[in-house]
Design a protein around this ligand. Sequence first.
Ligand code: AQP
Length: 350
Amino acid sequence: MAMVERVFSGVQPTGNLHLGNYLGAFVNFVKLQETHNCIYCVVDMHAITQGVDVWGGPAELTRCTREVTAAFIASGVDPKKHIVFNQSQVTGHAELAWIFNCVARMGWLNRMTQFKDKAGKDREAASVGLYDYPVLMAADILVYRATHVPVGEDQKQHLELSRDIAQKFNNDFADSIRGHGFNDGLFFPLPEPVITGPATRVMSLRDGTKKMSKSDSSDNSRINLTDDAETIAAKIRKAKTDPEPLPSEEKGLEGRPEADNLVGIYAGLSGLSKAQVLAEFGGGQFSNFKNALVELCVTKLAPIASEMKRLVANPDHVDSILIDGAERAEAIATETMKAAKDIVGFIRKR
Ligand code: AQP
């Protein structure tokens, strides 16, 4: 089993997909298809780690799983050349997560800031699954022995944990790994995060110090991928700014999180750098810049919204894409799990 460069990333089917998911993840998913074999996964097992009141119950989970699949495809992911599927169809994710539970250390998980944020003050009431989320994420990536993981900035810490788990597995089982023909002693690669572009952390439109998030109670804090042109325009016009005109150079964005965020969004959507955006709009009033941003957002997002609508109206078609993708994903995961079980010393059916 040779090590090939492979991309894996997952998105949870929870709540409203937004511009942060698009710029932080989907744009890079599409780019990486040109150079890598890619696996894009709707991580439905991660979605149920918070209370059912948060993820909305079975019907909502099914609806959101189809919606995220539709968003992948509408953004330009090609499910024929690459693999698109939902996590729960491939049992290797859960199996490898168990082995990794026995490799990862409590101290490592106790440092995860996303758990602290999501669990809030009442940690005793959080599910074991929410605590263990980063271990399952490591298994998602490594069951495909993926080498590159396109994510937003917020997932960096989880990616570091995946690398730590891969490294400890390779160390703990070094002799067995070599004994099973992996002469370099590396069974799992150390996956690299791919965090690129001017909008790796898109912030809330209401508060430039807070991440744009699916779970923010204010719908005005985010641009949803399903918002229509009027809604997008209203949200951008209402977006918080400061009284100063836009600076002409990037340095002038320091200490101005809302201005920095809007310039980053423009840059991410247009493919320009922040410096190029400021060269065009610097010195001008926010109102002119906001008008241009509305036009750009609507031009980019309207075709995605209408394609998503078309796809979700045909659930059988979306499900057939996920089933086909799962079969191809399973073939890869099965090979990894056979070797991983042999390395650990589990007896298995031949
Ligand atoms: N604001 C963001 N800016 C850039 N990238 C972002 N991502 C999420 N928010 C931003 C990236 O989108 C991908 C999918 O995220 P996810 O759905 O798996 O999980 P999440 O990070 O929990 O999404 P949210 O919106 O932040 O949900 P809540 O409200 O539950 O906290 C990931 O690559 C992520 O980095």
